[in-house]
Design a binder for this molecule. Sequence first.
Ligand code: AMP
Length: 398
Amino acid sequence: MEDYTLVLNAGSSSLKFCFFRRLDEKNWEVAARGQIEGIGTVPQFSVRDAQGAVLVKSNLTATVTDGQSAIEALASWLRSKWAGARVSGVGHRVVHGGVQYDRPVLLTKQILQQLHELVPLAPLHQPHNLAAIEAVFNRLPDVPQVACFDTAFHSGHSQVANLVPLPSNLCKSGLRRYGFHGLSYEYIASVLPEICPDIAKGRVIVAHLGNGASLCALKDGKSIDSSLGFTALDGLCMGTRPGALDPGVVLYLFQSLGLAAKEVETILYKQSGLLGISGISNDMRDLLSRSEPEACLAVDYFVYRAVKEIGALTAVLGGIDGLVFTAGIGENSPEIRKRICVASSWLGLELDAQANASGGPRISTQQSKISAWVVPTNEELMIARHTWLLLGLMQPVS
Ligand code: AMP
């Protein structure tokens, strides 16, 4: 019987998945990857094979209203396509591991309970990540599940980088900076030696620019600091999150505008950032195609914040050897890359316009003092690698 591993990345309205087939002792291949989008509204199911050929593109019934029913729909499709396949493990993306989980962990019901306590620190993602784990426990109770945390890659930050400068007695409850998008950064760090060996051991800033956006400062492939902190609200401007904000603004929302905590949470996680500024969309593609001043301002602010934070992390690193773009915007928008690189030319970065337009991987000129790159991320593969290693389905690379 063939062995398979399922990787799940469950969000508020989407369930992304990747299904891997074991080839031999050391190698696995992608059998299918896809997603269920529009959960709770107009659910759509799309799946491709490893070569990108479409296996499924269809509307699902409106019964797919939440994460649990999305997993049911995915499970019945997998069963219809690979009847009798042995699923040897399921790997999950879990956004917050808190202080306790600084590496992937084999899940138990007790650990799942502990992870629920971190929901207030990542209300946009954590409940959906955990609902997927719960659904697999219910459906496949004998299949081992592994949680891979977005915070784990940043666990080696210095005490000073992690500090939340409030009274120390308050910080004892876990109030500190964690950093996020760690699975993406860990994957990028793992492929730098192959794609850009000259900078892999140096000082690199990785810009994960997607609907969620952050920067990571890497030194010799290790995370030194990140623009995201205690929650996934800090740092760069994001699709619906504001990024760095004077805490006095939050006090003003409570005290002067009289908003309730839930309303403030909704504003900060779902109504700010690109969407809030533009009043039009949280989608960068959409904003770049519009001429309304509000859309232009949103894009200007996105670029401004990214450039400012690149400067800050360059200072943390004591200089910079390379800048890497990844995620939806970073991988696909030559315009945003151009604007960030041009505004960062003071670092000695010279953009190669043609290479940038064609997507790299190297997008800086040969004379440029620091190099710039486009490297597609692959969080699903990172989760799969952790799952295989933890479950003994793959030998560690020596
Ligand atoms: P992610 O969260 O990594 O899936 O990224 C989603 C973001 O990538 C959205 O804001 C999309 O508009 C943006 N995106 C995807 N393709 C493009 C593109 N060709 N140009 C600009 N933005 C893009």
